[in-house]
Design a protein around this ligand. Structure first.
Ligand SMILES: [Zn+2]
Length: 97
């Protein structure tokens, strides 16, 4: 039996936008240049990864709150509800500025 690496660490993006180590894998993936976050199995992200232009900018988040705190927005493809909410929030906040 091969022992499993029980203590592997994952590099996640923290709420301050900086990378940090975590003992648990992220639940959401993101694109650093696009400032987007989405599901790990997002069809749009997987397509980009297949083209080979995504992985170097790929980041991971522990949860949605962390992604939002880091200034990322939801992906319209895999998180349409979150995206709609984000869009509404953004439009109402930019109208007052
Ligand atoms: Zn997506």
């Amino acid at each position: 039996m091969t022992p499993v690496a029980a203590h592997r660490t994952y590099t996640l993006l923290g709420p301050d936008g900086r990378l940090c180590r975590s003992g648990t894998p992220g639940t959401l993936g993101g694109h650093r240049r696009g400032r987007l976050y989405g599901r790990l199995d997002c069809p749009s992200a997987l397509r980009a990864i297949a083209r080979g232009h995504y992985t170097e900018h790929r980041v991971f988040f522990a949860d949605e709150a962390t992604a939002i705190a880091a200034g990322y927005r939801p992906c319209a493809v895999c998180l349409p509800d979150e995206y709609a909410r984000w869009k509404t929030t953004r439009e109402s906040s930019s109208a007052s500025s």
